[in-house]
Design a protein around this ligand. Structure first.
Ligand code: ADP
Ligand code: MG
Length: 730
């Protein structure tokens, strides 16, 4: 039996059934936002004064009274019931990395023994999910199990199936955040305020600064039938064993390759449903590794973009199953090939234009451009360790520093042109204002090919925080992470940098220094200060590790220790002055981070140990017995000298198998012992460190022997689908 037929492949069945996705009869522009209570729908379903009030709430953060909420709820109910909706839920983002919901039907007693459909403003605004089972890091002791979810009007409600989904924040009885969204909204507010104040030096009319996020979501697809036979994938989202396939990504033939038909069907289905839910999907392509793909929408305001990313991840998982796939969002599902990230393209914009866009036409535009660039660099420099902590997790740790993803050191790539501008500015006198051409055409001597507009930034894939023309691209974010974690830190850190900037400029203005000169002086100071964060070289190189250490950048790689950066005085201070977190919240969150780390490694170690003992060793021993049998039979048939010669190779193999199986058995036992020792540690941080130092490395060292056995043991009896089967969708 050929190895690929050992496992029933759902994909084959799927192909036979040919469940195609019918081409929609409408254009995307017609079905975009079909299931979202958009402004247009608000206009249609709400009384004029209520509509006006809601616009004020959404655009200007005006507060919402219960009477307006009741009127909004009535309009929403009408719209939702026309779509067949019967239930509603608050939809929130607890610290589990996923989303949570609790559905309530639209029904109430009518007082006459019957039922009536009811959805009030109070239900829209607030729910009290019993929150004792969500991670809280000790903020909410179990006797006070109340948590509140509160409507976020900035993210429109939407419909999935028969349920009206209401995006909400999730806080404790005492007002502390138990989710990602509450602190994100605070960070966005802080950066809006700080950046608007700084903008007024340049453009007095600016009313608001918006934080934008454009994420690019990478993911793997595997056949559902094969997935079901891998306990490691099922339980941990990654393969804990498996030898590299002879062919994987070395031919570079997958990246941007043509998309397999089955996958194309999945993508089409996904995009239609995402567009209907208001996610502005734009780009799709094959990624570097086999079976790896990417989806990117057009960027949006950060709060909404985060919600849309959470929604998309759940859509991906659901729709993949309809197509006989499982969608893997783990950062490193397969060893030896690329893992998945989620680039976070971040920028700030005013109500009229993007602040990181430049250089501009006028000296004012240029000064605004360098100010915002340099203060971003200051934010990243001051909090480089914290930014790394914001994207660090048990799963993303497998990807960072792996020569395929950004190194575990945060630095910023600026490209030649921007580097030149900063250098020029640092060394120029006050009167020489920066004057650089923005884009310049490049003539290509190829017939029929038009002149290309070359973006004034080059590309450097090894940089975790790269300037890419009008935004910074934070590339270290993990594929399954909630983008909010990174966005909270970058926006809060930027707010802090801008507040400090303004303080120093204002002090000079008070002394009577001319405004432009004052700004230039502070910018120049900061260019010098933040120099260590600027690195345009190869982030994967050994030298960079050394160089970064010399520059004082954070080079820690141990996940539990990286989390310490949240508790640095500079971090606590930054979060408190920007009103994003108080110390209590940060401490609670870190407890959750350490606990989550421990649990993830613990689950992996358990599953891995079971697989070694129940799958691998029995099969290796069975094959070894077959070899021993064969040796005996050869001895029976041939004279001693000849049989010794014929058996030599097999005896060697028998010994090799023994060596591997005993290593595995002994070390699995040791790993269990190490876990027991770690489990006795009370302190959550110390426990996580013990898991990191004494359990996690054993998964790797034992795996090496399992993977060697995979190469030796008869393919027919090997109990798990191999990488070559998992990774090539047919
Ligand atoms: P890459 O070459 O890195 O794959 P893409 O062009 O595919 O980049 O995706 C870039 C992402 O950046 C898209 O989601 C896009 O909407 C987003 N983006 C573009 N401009 C901005 C901006 N000013 N602010 C934030 N995101 C942006
Ligand atoms: Mg990118």
């Amino acid at each position: 039996m050929s190895s690929s037929l050992r496992f029933e492949v759902v994909g084959e069945a799927f192909k036979k059934k040919a469940i195609g996705v019918p081409a929609p009869t409408e254009r995307p522009s017609e079905f975009f936002g079909k299931y979202v209570f958009t402004r247009q729908k608000m206009y249609k379903y709400l009384p004029a004064d209520v509509y006006e009030k809601m616009c004020d709430v959404i655009d200007n953060g005006a507060s919402l009274d219960l009477k307006t909420a009741d009127a909004v709820a009535a309009g929403m109910k009408k719209w939702a019931m026309e779509l067949g909706v019967t239930h509603c839920t608050h939809w929130f983002q607890p610290l589990t990395e996923g989303t949570a919901e609790k559905h309530d039907a639209f029904v109430e007693h009518d007082g006459k023994g019957g039922m009536v459909e009811e959805f009030s403003g109070k239900q829209l605004i607030q729910q009290e999910p019993d929150a004792s089972s969500f991670p809280n890091g000790g903020i909410r002791s179990t006797f006070e199990a109340r948590g509140y979810s509160a409507w976020d009007p900035a993210s429109p409600v939407f419909v999935i199936g028969d349920t009206l989904m209401i995006p909400t924040i999730f806080i404790s009885y005492t007002g502390e955040a138990l989710d990602y969204k509450a602190p994100l909204k605070k960070a966005i507010h802080a950066v809006d305020k700080a950046a608007t104040d700084v903008c007024h030096y340049f453009y007095p009319d600016v009313k608001k600064v918006i934080s934008n996020l454009g994420w690019e979501q990478e993911y793997f697809l595997v056949d559902e039938g094969l997935y079901a036979t891998r306990p490691d994938l099922l339980m941990t989202g990654r393969t804990l064993m498996g030898h590299e396939s002879a062919k994987n990504q070395q031919m570079d033939d997958h990246y941007f390759g043509s998309i397999p038909e089955r996958v194309a069907e999945f993508m089409k289905d996904l995009e239609i449903q995402a567009l209907e839910l208001g996610i502005p999907c734009k780009t799709r392509h094959n990624e570097v590794a086999p079976n790896q793909f990417e989806l990117a929408p057009i960027f949006e305001e950060t709060n909404l973009a985060v919600d849309h990313n959470m929604l998309l991840m759940s859509l991906m998982k659901r729709i993949a199953r309809k197509h006989g796939f499982r969608c893997l969002l783990h950062e490193k599902p397969f060893a030896g090939i690329n893992g998945s990230g989620k680039h976070n393209n971040w920028s700030l914009a005013t109500d009229t234009g993007i602040l990181l866009h430049g250089p501009g036409r006028t000296p004012t535009d240029n000064l605004r451009f360098v100010t915002f660039i340099v203060e971003t660099l200051m934010a990243v420099y001051r909090h480089n360790g914290l930014l790394k902590a914001s994207i660090m997790s048990a799963t993303n740790a497998h990807r960072l520093g792996g020569h395929e993803a950004p190194p575990a050191i945060i630095s910023s790539f600026l490209g030649k042109q921007l580097s030149d501008i900063l250098e020029h500015l640092e060394n120029s006198t006050d009167d020489e204002l920066i004057d650089v051409a923005s884009k310049h055409g490049m003539k290509l001597d190829i017939p029929q090919i038009p002149e290309l507009l070359i973006d004034n930034t080059d590309r450097n894939r090894t940089s975790p925080f790269a300037f890419t023309g009008n935004r910074f691209e934070f590339r270290a974010v993990g594929s399954q992470a909630n983008c909010a974690a990174a966005m909270i830190v970058i926006n809060a850190a930027m707010a802090e940098a801008l507040i400090n900037f303004k303080k120093r400029v204002d002090a000079l203005l008070d002394k009577g220094v001319d405004k432009t000169k004052a700004i230039l002086q502070v910018v120049r100071e900061d260019i010098k200060t933040c120099k260590p964060i600027h690195f345009d070289g190869n982030g994967y190189s050994e030298e960079w590790q050394e160089e970064a250490k010399r520059r004082g950048l954070d080079t820690e790689r141990s996940c539990p220790l990286v989390f310490d950066r949240y508790l640095d005085e500079s971090s606590v201070n930054m979060f408190e002055t920007t009103h994003v977190f108080n110390r209590n919240e940060i401490e609670a969150r870190n407890e959750i981070k350490w606990e989550t780390y421990t649990k993830k490694v613990q689950i992996e170690a358990r599953i891995f140990g079971d697989m070694c003992m129940n799958h691998i060793i029995p099969v290796a021993t069975r094959y070894q017995s077959a070899l021993i049998d064969n040796v005996h039979k050869v001895q029976e048939v041939f004279p001693h000298e000849k049989s010794a010669k014929l058996n030599a190779k097999n005896i060697e193999l028998i010994e090799t198998i023994s060596a591997h199986t005993s290593f595995i058995a002994e070390n699995v036992e040791q790993m269990i012992e190490n876990r027991k020792v770690a489990n006795r540690i009370e302190n959550v941080r110390e426990k996580a460190i013990a898991y990191h130092d004494t359990v996690a490395p054993m998964l790797e060292s034992i795996r090496y022997h399992v993977d060697k056995l995979e190469l030796i043991v008869d393919d027919e009896i090997w109990p798990l689908p191999k990488y070559r089967e998992l990774l090539f969708i047919r």
